[in-house]
Design a protein around this ligand. Structure first.
Ligand SMILES: *Cc1c(COP(=O)(O)O)cnc(C)c1O
Length: 467
């Protein structure tokens, strides 16, 4: 690989030269652990079966794309998908919508949170979380995360003000938040708890599905999530009034919300006392999702198996601190996150990229990562970035130390082995390697980008062995 951009490397004092016997880092011109692109959804590494494609084609050929046409609810793809979701999650109601972000916003709006209220959310989450709060007319109140990047309940207590009218907990990167403790706290404060379970569909905490702890749970079906129809999402709740209001807001006009209550009276009488926001899902995507639900358990199993394999193989590495779940197995397994305490995590991530594994240092200064609160300009105007970081000093510290590696469900055992070898190789060079100041421009993470080459998982039966 070309390491010209890293030019500083080989002119090292001899004491800092990598010892003989140690593999030379690809960052410094050594052989990379792998030369094929790291599989990710945006290079086409997705979990879609031919039967799923057929289901979408059937829906396309039906020419019935609108969920609220002449058919009864249980004859539509959206209606059936929602029935499947209720069964799977064990929740009373589910509503398919246009995205995870709109699902979160609908939950807040449908719960009747007055516009202008504060909603508490963690300082480490995808930018869609605070954005959804803004979309619902409210203001995010950011809370520190702990070293495992989970919302810190003690900090939430410290920051509490009567202006906070709801808590939005996030199961970020598929790791369960301590939602049991947060639910108790929300009850103590007399406010609802909402779950951004957007990246965690199918994951559980102590046998209970994430997204079913709070008043409502929001999920996404965007290409990078447990179910993938390109763009989309859904909301799950046991609260019939919240559900009915969300249905209306999402775009069930002229009494169509009644179709969602086939067995009884809907708990609201009219619809035009709420605005109509057109956050509906269409029949084509619902057909694709309904088909994907059948193989969801298999996909979840692959995520879990791969994650457990990688985490176990690297558990003994003293240089890294792997993100710990709040309870055994309380994660999806779609990302491998670790901290590199006391070392340069930006250097670590770049070295991994050069070895052929996509990795990002979450709190990098060179990379405007949207998961990092100090990049959320829409909340802070032209406030100085150092002042913004000082609002959540612990979160800032943890994010600066954190490295994030995506784990597609299509990873083979060989891919996992590459990741393990690459992390060991880079960790082994820590301390002996000279961490040259990096000349990369902002917005780039790879020193030597691996050219995207579309990879695509085949049908389940043909997937590489060992997944
Ligand atoms: C992906 C994601 C979202 C946004 O979902 P969309 O369907 O893209 O709107 C929100 N929150 C988290 C934590 C996410 O990972």
């Amino acid at each position: 690989m070309n390491t010209d951009k890293e030019g500083a490397a080989p002119t090292l004092p001899s004491s800092q030269t990598p010892q003989t016997g140690k593999a030379r880092l690809a960052l410094h011109g050594g052989d990379p652990v792998r030369r094929t692109p790291w599989p990710t959804y945006d290079k086409g590494a997705v979990f879609v079966h031919p039967e799923d494609e057929e289901a979408a084609l059937r829906a396309i050929r039906s020419h019935l794309y609108f969920r609220y046409d002449y058919r009864a609810q249980h004859d539509t793809e959206c209606g059936r998908f929602e029935e499947d979701l209720c069964r799977y999650l064990g929740s009373r109601h589910a509503l398919a919508v246009s995205s995870g972000t709109t699902a979160i916003a609908l939950a807040i709006m449908a719960a009747g949170i007055p516009p202008g209220s504060l909603i508490a959310c963690p300082g480490f989450t995808f930018v869609a979380t605070p954005s959804a709060i803004v979309l619902a007319g409210c203001t995010p109140l950011l809370v520190e995360v702990d070293e495992n990047l989970q919302m810190d309940l003690d900090d939430l207590r410290r920051r509490w003000t009567p202006g906070i009218k709801g808590i939005l907990v996030v199961h970020m990167r598929g790791f369960a938040a301590d939602v049991e403790a947060l639910t108790r706290f929300a009850a103590e404060m007399g406010v609802p708890l909402f779950e951004d379970a957007v990246p965690a569909f199918g994951a559980e905490l102590r046998g209970r599905k994430l997204g079913t702890f709070g008043l409502a749970g929001a999920f996404s079906t965007q290409s990078d999530k447990s179910l993938n129809c390109g763009e989309g999402g859904f909301l799950a709740t046991d609260d019939s009034v919240l559900f009915a209001r969300a249905v209306v807001l999402s775009g069930a006009y002229e009494g169509r919300f009644r179709r969602h209550f086939p067995d009884g009276d809907p708990p609201i009488a009219t619809d035009l006392d709420l605005p109509l926001l057109s956050f509906r899902m269409d029949e084509i995507r619902a057909a694709l999702l309904r088909a994907e639900m059948k193989r969801l358990p298999l996909r979840l199993e692959r995520f879990r198996t791969n994650y457990a394999y990688v985490a176990q193989a690297l558990a003994d590495l003293p240089q890294i601190a792997i993100r710990r779940p709040v309870a055994p197995g309380a994660y999806l397994g779609e990302a491998f996150i670790f901290r590199v305490p006391g070392a340069d995590a930006g250097w670590f991530a770049r070295a991994l990229c050069c070895e052929g594994v996509d990795a990002r240092n979450l709190g990098s200064d060179r990379d405007t990562n949207v998961r990092v609160f100090w990049n959320w300009r829409f909340l802070f105007g032209d406030q100085d970035v150092e002042e913004i970081k000082a609002l959540l000093p612990a979160t800032t510290r943890h994010l600066r130390e954190a490295v994030d590696v995506p784990l597609s469900s299509s990873l083979s055992t060989e891919d996992c082995d590459h990741l393990i070898r690459a992390v060991r190789k880079v960790a082994g060079a820590l301390g002996t390697d000279y961490h040259a100041p990096d000349p990369l421009r902002p917005g780039t993470v790879r020193a030597d980008p691996v050219r995207p080459d579309p990879v695509r998982s085949g049908p389940v039966g043909t997937a590489p062995a060992g997944q």
